[in-house]
Design a protein around this ligand. Structure first.
Ligand code: ADP
Ligand code: MG
Length: 251
């Protein structure tokens, strides 16, 4: 396997006159947690949307295991082994936890097989859904309606839905948002366990979580890469302190 799972080369995304992502070259390696931090509007979610194929870049390149995916659709990127979660929780609230995971597993099937009458016949989908729920510690509430879960459990379910597509690399957009201390502690442990066999690109505002988890941290400000390095490089960077960590803007 390539030592770099995901790479971008001078990636740019403009919305009219606004450069939301500007000249960004980054890498994520297998079993590495690479965290992206930066103030609101820095371009973090736009970067994930470009990597996942939901937005097309204005210029630059995206490579997954050295294969160019710059102009691939979201479905092609998913087939290439990239899973993502969203900044706002994105689950089917009236459905059970198990049904949510199974629908996600089904989404990875080729389009022609998605609309089968009785998806439960496809035992491999059920197995994939069960394994994903087990990986995030939600097996015990498989039959609960998703809307009845706590906020933290809903965020765990989103990660299970991402895992049900059998990705090798995860793009996680603020998985700690809105969590209390107990829920955050569980999420830290979950991401540590997932990093044993997945690369993870983690966008996060919760600095305690970032500095507990990240192997590498990249700081974005106004769509540009300000600094990239080890957590201690970032803690000690004067540029990062004046642009970001020293302000309240990231709270
Ligand atoms: P972050 O996730 O770091 O808070 P975003 O990537 O959401 O930042 O946004 C970066 C900038 O791009 C912001 O100024 C935002 O308003 C703008 N933006 C994001 N998505 C769109 C869009 N679809 N159309 C126009 N502007 C957008
Ligand atoms: Mg965002």
């Amino acid at each position: 396997m390539s030592p770099v799972q995901l790479r971008t080369q001078r990636l740019c995304k403009r919305f009219g006159g606004l450069a939301a992502v500007s000249d960004i070259s980054i890498e994520v390696r297998p079993r590495e947690i690479h965290a992206f931090i930066g103030p609101n509007g820095a371009g973090k979610s736009t970067l994930i949307n470009l990597l996942s194929g939901e937005l097309k870049p204005t210029s630059g390149g995206i490579y997954i295991n050295d294969r160019e995916t710059t102009n691939c659709s979201a479905s092609q990127v998913s087939q290439a082994g990239i899973g993502r979660t969203y900044q706002k929780t994105n689950i089917f609230l009236p459905f059970t936890v198990f049904e949510n995971a199974r629908l996600a597993a089904q989404s990875r099937l080729p389009t022609s097989m998605r609309f089968v009458r009785d998806a439960s016949r496809y035992e491999h989908l059920n197995e994939g859904a069960r394994a994903a729920l087990s990986a995030v510690g939600l097996s015990h509430c498989a039959n609960r309606i998703a809307s009845k879960l706590s906020h933290g459990e809903q965020r765990q379910l989103e990660i299970a839905m991402c895992l049900a597509t059998a990705p090798s690399l995860l793009l996680l957009d603020e998985p700690f948002a809105g969590m209390g201390a107990d829920e955050s502690g569980l999420m830290v442990e979950l991401l540590k366990s997932l990093a044993r066999d997945h690369g993870i690109l983690l966008v996060e505002h919760d600095m305690d979580a970032v500095f507990q988890l990240a192997d590498r941290v990249t700081v974005l400000v106004n769509g540009q890469l300000l600094e990239s390095g080890t957590p201690s490089d970032i803690r000690n960077s004067a540029a990062v302190h004046s642009a970001y960590l020293g302000t309240d803007d990231h709270a």
